[in-house]
Design a protein around this ligand. Structure first.
Ligand code: ADP
Length: 270
């Protein structure tokens, strides 16, 4: 009992030092949720905001790899705290990846254990004062993202979708999910929206485009922006070099910066 009270107190202490806690959701996997979480974190950090990234997509903890820090291990601080891994001056990360023996080790824990770890990621980690904590949640709208979202009192949600109808349908579910959790919904991001042909420069709508904006209008939430398909996103994700830092002039980087602007404006308007 006492241990539980202590744990809850530690979580409260941590939360009281974090201004914005943003859950990044998607109706299904593979739409670029982690890519968006990482690059928004980097873009906010570039504006001198202090950012934490919390990777609770426990079965696919990809953020450490995308940021080139997957070989790092967590260091303890004091008797019962751990330090997040520092990615750069303004960005730190906690991920399940830092606890796994090897990259190929699957996490086969059952629900309660996973939830305990997520709670420790908040209560036992010395995040310090943060402007934003960006939480990469498990994909979908099932039990796991729900339990995780209930453990982390977020202040807002952002939904990532791709332009295909099936993905848009799922993102409507994700919006309802966020509404049920009483989160401020910052809006929808359409990822993989058109490809700029490297030969002729024209845009090819590989997976269609514009569906995210239409869905946002229909559901009545803001549309935050479209991120084009850019092969460099895959390459940088694979070689662990942060995308927006290495491709500052790309259209995708401009799109990420535009989304950050909208997030910050939305807070100013409150
Ligand atoms: P999720 O977190 O939704 O499962 P990821 O962020 O892991 O999705 O992205 C899945 C794959 O798609 C990764 O290989 C990533 O590099 C790639 N990807 C994501 N967004 C884009 C984009 N806009 N252009 C090109 N590739 C992308």
């Amino acid at each position: 009992m006492n241990e539980k009270v202590d744990d809850a107190k530690k979580v409260d202490e941590t939360l009281s030092r974090i201004k914005n806690r943003l859950l990044v959701f998607s109706g299904k996997g593979g739409v670029g949720k982690s890519t968006v979480a990482v690059n928004l974190g980097l873009a906010l950090g570039k504006r001198n905001l202090r950012v934490g990234l919390l990777d609770i997509d426990i079965h696919g903890p990809d953020l450490a790899k995308m940021l080139g820090v997957e070989e790092k291990r967590l260091e303890s601080a004091g008797v019962d705290r751990i330090m997040p891994v520092r990615v750069n001056e303004n960005l730190s990360l906690i991920s399940m990846a830092f606890l796994l023996q090897t990259k190929d080790t699957p996490v086969i824990w059952r629900g309660p254990l996973k939830m305990k770890v997520i709670q420790q990621f908040l209560g036992d980690v010395l995040w310090g004062d943060l402007d934003w904590l960006i939480i990469d949640s498990p994909p979908g709208t099932g039990d796991e993202p729900l339990s995780a979202a209930q453990l982390i009192p977020a202040t807002g949600a952002l939904i990532v979708t791709t332009p295909q109808e099936v993905s848009l349908l799922d993102s409507r579910k994700a919006v309802n999910f966020a509404r049920r959790l009483n989160l401020k919904i910052y809006g929808i991001v359409e990822n993989m929206s058109g490809l700029s042909c490297p030969h002729c420069g024209k845009t090819i709508d590989l997976f269609k485009s514009g569906g995210g904006r239409k869905a946002a209008q229909e559901i009545g939430i803001p549309f935050l922006g479209s991120i084009p398909i850019d092969p460099a996103i895959v390459e940088r994700g694979d070689d662990g070099k942060p995308f927006i830092t290495n491709h500052p002039d790309s259209d995708a980087t401009k799109a990420f910066n535009g989304i950050v602007e909208k997030l910050l404006n939305s807070n100013r308007e409150e």
